[in-house]
Write a protein that binds this ligand. Sequence first.
Ligand code: TNX
Length: 765
Amino acid sequence: MQINKLLFILVGFGLFFSCKNERIVIEKPNIIPIPSSLKIEAGQYNLTANTAINFDDDFKASAAFLKAYLSKSFQIKTKKEAPTNTISFKKDTLLSKAEGYKLRITPQLISISAANNKGAFYAVQTLRQLLPATLENNTFEDEKINIPCLTIEDEPQYEYRGMHLDVSRHLFSVNFIKKYIDALALLKMNTFHWHLTDDQGWRIEIKNYPELNTIGAYRKETLVGHYNDTPHQFDGKKYGGFYTQDEIKDIVKYAQDRHITIIPEIEMPGHSQAVIASYPKLGCTLSPVEVATKWGVFEEIYCTREATFTFLEQVLDEVLELFPSENIHIGGDEAPKTRWKTCKDCQRRMKTEGLKDEQELQSYFIKRIENYLNSKGRQIIGWDEILEGGLAPNATVMSWRGIEGAITAAKAQHKVVMTPTSHSYFDYYQSDNEEEPLAIGGFLPLEKVYHFNPMPEALNKAQQRYIIGAQGNVWTEYMPTEAQVEYMAFPRMLAMSEVVWSQAKRKNYSDFISRLEHFNKRLKALDINYANHLYEVEGELQSKNNKLSYSLKTLTTNKTIRYTLDGNRPTLNSKIYDAAIPILKSTTIKAAVFNTEKQLGQTFLETINYHKAVGKKITLNTTPHKAYSGSGKDGLINGISGSHSRYGDKEWLGFWGDDLEITIDLGAITKINTIKTRFYNANGQWLYAPEEVIVEFSEDCNVKDKRQSVKVKNRDSLLSKFNVKFEGLSASKIRLTIPNYGTIPEGKQGAGNKAWTFIDEIIVK
Ligand code: TNX
């Protein structure tokens, strides 16, 4: 290879520096989350065993963290003063945000300045990311590290940068919780929302109420497979456990050392069946129940008798002893009011307190708990249902059912943390490849997380101040192992870190992907079982001048896509993709990403069903919900059906509470034999198929029966079907009217909320 060519390649991959006789290549910085500003300068700093760390007293802790980190590979010295070859920590009170820092690397020294230890800690995390990944697992073997000279100035966009973890549905070891906290720290997150209690298990030791741990922490068995697979099957194995108070203290301290606040969540009044199993007197019926063995929403909720408040206050007293966090999460979500409606004591409570309905009773419940916590100097945070029936005066709202809760709360001058299902639910599928491990449903690919803007457009400047940040949620119904939690949380957590830390103008998805490709080495060294979807193929059907073609792409550079149209899996010998594939008939495309030696990612499959409506004109009376607008209305007649398991993929369109009217203009009078479509029925996520569809045809059609109502079939299955056949019908226009299921009734999942209609391809043959 010619030397010039070699140089060119080296420069393409990294930064090129020359230094006396050696030529050294240093990888370009791949920092996640991306800093506010980064200027590469000439030269490099050589970190060696002679490097010393020197620091102002305020920065002792961050300096110690760095020293411990580097000491795995070098015998670094700590000294108070050292003019050269040092990493020095200095105080700079002029930095505008408390968590900000400046990191400057010159050939002589690395200097970190920050207003306080927290900023310095974040500088250390950045510096860590400038060093080889082999330092993470102690496999670094060289004697020195060349770090490019640069200046980084950095500060976060949001004050609340969080990740949640549900340890009730599945329980994880203390070591794993620490590993999770470590990852948060590396990504400059500052809040760990620890979901400690739910129907399926109580996970925190409470000394005053031992049955919470002997009974409430264990379920007799667990649902196998997906909740939507009926009949339900169980594994017959006892499951459970809890964290002792000593373990919790240890974890809280561990998090504090990494500038992470742990917000414990103690759910009330709903999601409390494990408590009622332990102490039936806390439920309305007083009768025994068992710790839940399957997922979903349960009707056993705390009764509003005094005994409940006495219990909760005593439980919270112990919780407060363990968790210094100012905010305590009290849940508040998904509390069906069925029991309260027929409970004498709850009804009496409503009368004596002058409450008009059960929503107001829930609000009374939450306000009482808020009062109690406020009296102890703490604040409450709750899921957005706490808005119903009147918001507790000082509460922070966690907006999860979309962003409407956030808007209402911010307008009422309450703080808000954004965690909408559409962008923050890391229990949803991240790839539409059917080989993915079982997940709850939905579809939240990395790119969608990355593009999340936590700031609702509907807010003015003054109201925007109340949006304090965002968080990714990891609900673990379908994550029985620590490896599976990692698979679902990474790399989406990395995208979320950039959402909450980085400036919008600094964000760029393809740049993020190229940084992620490098960062994966670090995750691997940290033994994190991240999901790698970097080497997947993405496809898109395009229509230009009435001609259809299908284009393929992949995220990373320097790779080849190979494909087949004959149904076989692509191999190293298959055709290389270099231009959009013309689509003239029904087609099956299989494709994969290859380097010169092998296939890298999973095999992509797309089936295009070239029916009579493909590429024709479609109009809707309303637009799909912003979070589920897929490939838009044209996606309903693009020949591609939605996935069986991911209603959020781009072929499904979601409408929240709206009745739908869809008109397809076939452009000419056309013979129509059948019309089919499907509706998604994930009731746990409030997706309900409509009961009927009204089909109408244009005036110019040849049948008398221009309007008919057709019942939707299989309404108990995940995919409900609308399917209608015609004899001798020709028409130019078809209209489908699809009434929304309406408000979800009591006794069903999501009761009281508006139902979603999810529809995919409308197949006309
Ligand atoms: C809704 S988000 C829940 C959880 C489930 C989750 C599954 C929220 C406040 N409640 O109980 O685990 O959906 O995605």
